[in-house]
Every structure is written in structure tokens, then in C-alpha cells.
Design a protein around this ligand. Structure first.
Ligand SMILES: Nc1ncnc2c1ncn2[C@@H]1O[C@H](COP(=O)(O)OP(=O)(O)OP(=O)(O)O)[C@@H](O)[C@H]1O
Ligand SMILES: [Mg+2]
Length: 308
């Protein structure tokens, strides 16, 4: 008999997980694996079951049926050995608000039985060192999100769960948090993140699971989900440069619409059509848009709603 290769064992294995709250079936037979070292996204509309799923995996809730394995162990009943190896940022983070940022983290470090110096390191990881002496209730929303991340990371967990970590952040703060998350991934940690920002999932995640009404409706890399759509590219041309009829006459054009002062040309032969449109308008005035994860998401979650 061979010993199982621990490194190749998935970080998380879900098999047929269900959970109801009274009449509400929050999870309806969800199965998937998260590979070690993977950046894994969970997407889905409000109430889809994402937080419920993440809480079951973290060991904060018990599934009604199905099996859950996290780093080789069952997370329920609460498993202290496992808790040491996972870091959790919940959707609503709790802080010791009257303390300074560094005092808050020192308190968290003490709860984990860690040395005080880990607090400073965690602050540095999230780029908050200059706010060490600021009181938590004086931090901005984005700084608090980073402090929440530092709180989840302080014990250097192998597996990190983040429930909407960048909700309510400004675009710059969001990107600097992305940089922190990317660095954690290069250190070999496994990251499971829920988000409503499709561009965020596309930028960060190796694979994404799309959940709708408690069911897994898609699981793949962002690029494969987008390719699966086979959606047309769109060219946007100022309406005073080309008429809809001129656009329709171009070979390879599938559909022409007029939207907000622009003629919108849909095509699956973007190169050829772009050259033809170039006879009417300078290239620099044409905006183009290809399918994104958002298009795939809207189609997948929309289909799920209408088919039930
Ligand atoms: N503690 C609870 N008691 C009763 N119903 C609950 C509870 N928590 C969640 N629900 C219900 O279960 C369903 C799934 O909720 P969940 O919080 O998992 O969704 P979510 O995907 O995280 O949504 P969001 O994007 O809004 O955070 C919803 O219909 C919700 O109302
Ligand atoms: Mg949620």
C-alpha cells in the first residue's frame, strides 16, 4: 500500500453538502474540491448560500448532510487542531474598537498563544504599519478591512477564508488589498474568497465556483467560463460617424444597436469588422469590449433563476 501524498491532497473537499434554515434550503447538494495553493473564488447573488457554505467549511456551522474535509480532517465538531491552520475573515468583522490597531492585534496574538511581535508583522503584511498607534474606531473603512485581514493572518494559516474582503473599498484600496492577497498566494497558501466583484474574481482567482440558489451552477477558470459563452465582441462607434445601416452592411456584423450616442456593433469577426469600420472613423474613437466573467456570471445565474 502506498502512503497518500499529502501535498497533492485537496485543501477542501465538499461532497453533497446540504443545509436548510427551516423552510429555506440554503445549500442543495454542493460538491467540489479546492486544490492546495489555489486561489479559489465563490460567486453568486445575494442569498445564494456563499456565507453558509464558507461557514460550514470553516467549522462554524454543521451541514445537514454530505461530507466536508478540510486539510484532511472534518471541520465539525469544532476541531482545534484544524482551527490553528485556517484563517477566517468573516463578512462582518469584530474588533476591539477602543484599542489601537497594534493593541488589537496583540490581543488577538495573545488569544492564539502567539508572541506579541507577531502583531507588528501582521500589520506590516497588510501595509498598515503607519497606523499602528491609531485607534481602531478612527481607521477608515478600507484600513479596517486590512486590519481584519491582518487578524485572519496573524497565526500564518495554510488556508485562508475571506468573505467579501473588499466590499466597500475604494478602487485603489481594493487593488492594494489584491496585492497583499497575491503575495499570500505566492507563499503557497490556499485562499478561498467570496466576492460580488466579477473583475476581482477574474483578476485574482485560479478558478471560480458560481453558486445560485444553493446549487453549484459552474466551476472553472475565469477564462474558460468566458470562452464557454462564445459571446460576440462589441465595438462602440460615435453615432455621428456611422449610421446603423452602414454598420449592418459590413460583412461579419451580427447585430447593430444604438445606445447612449453610440452605434454598438456586435460581431464574432472583430478583426475584419474593425478594419471595415476604420473607413468611417478613426480607430482611436472606437471603444471595444469583449466578453467578461460578468457576462458569464449573468448568463449562468440568470439561466438558473428562469429554469426553476
Ligand atoms: N442564520 C440564518 N437563519 C435563517 N436563514 C438564514 C441564516 N443565514 C442565512 N440564511 C438564509 O440562507 C440563504 C443563504 O444565505 P447566505 O448568507 O449563505 O447567502 P450569501 O450567498 O452569503 O449572500 P450575500 O451575498 O448576501 O452575502 C438566504 O436565503 C438567507 O436568508
Ligand atoms: Mg454572504
Amino acid at each position: 500500500m502506498t502512503t497518500p501524498d499529502l501535498a497533492s491532497e485537496p485543501a477542501v473537499v465538499l461532497d453533497g453538502v446540504t443545509k436548510s434554515y427551516g423552510e429555506v434550503r440554503a445549500l442543495d447538494g454542493v460538491s467540489f474540491d479546492v486544490t492546495r495553493g489555489e486561489f479559489f473564488g465563490i460567486l453568486g447573488p445575494n442569498g445564494a448560500g456563499k456565507t453558509t457554505l464558507v461557514e460550514i467549511v470553516e467549522g462554524m456551522r454543521q451541514a445537514d448532510s454530505g461530507s466536508v474535509t478540510v486539510l484532511g480532517s472534518a471541520p465539525w465538531p469544532r476541531n482545534l487542531e484544524l482551527l490553528r491552520r485556517i484563517g477566517v475573515q468573516t463578512q462582518t468583522s469584530a474588533f476591539f474598537t477602543r484599542l489601537t490597531a497594534i493593541e488589537h492585534l496583540e490581543t488577538v496574538a495573545a488569544l492564539h498563544g502567539l508572541e506579541r511581535t507577531t502583531a507588528g508583522r501582521a500589520l506590516e503584511t497588510v501595509g498598515l504599519t503607519d497606523k499602528a498607534r491609531s485607534r481602531v474606531d478612527n481607521l477608515s473603512g478600507g484600513q479596517r478591512q486590512r486590519l481584519a485581514l491582518a487578524t485572519a493572518l496573524i497565526h500564518e494559516p495554510d488556508l485562508i477564508f475571506l468573505d467579501e474582503p473588499t466590499a466597500a473599498l475604494d478602487p485603489e484600496a481594493r487593488r492594494s488589498l489584491w496585492a497583499v492577497l497575491r503575495r499570500l498566494r505566492t507563499e503557497g497558501r490556499t485562499i478561498v474568497l467570496t466576492t460580488h466583484y466579477l473583475d476581482e474574481a477574474e483578476a485574482l482567482c485560479d478558478r471560480v465556483a458560481i453558486i445560485a440558489r444553493g446549487r453549484l451552477v459552474a466551476l472553472d477558470t475565469p477564462s474558460a467560463l468566458v470562452r464557454g459563452l462564445a459571446a460576440p465582441a462589441r465595438l462602440f462607434v460615435p453615432a455621428d460617424r456611422i449610421t446603423p445601416d452602414q454598420a449592418r452592411a459590413i460583412e461579419g456584423v451580427d447585430r447593430v444597436l444604438v445606445e447612449g450616442g453610440e452605434v454598438v456593433i456586435e460581431t464574432r469577426a472583430a478583426n475584419r469588422v474593425l478594419v471595415a469600420v476604420g473607413a468611417f472613423v478613426d480607430m482611436s474613437e472606437i471603444r471595444t469590449r469583449t466578453a467578461t466573467l460578468e457576462d458569464a456570471y449573468l448568463r449562468l445565474t440568470g439561466t438558473e433563476h428562469s429554469s426553476r
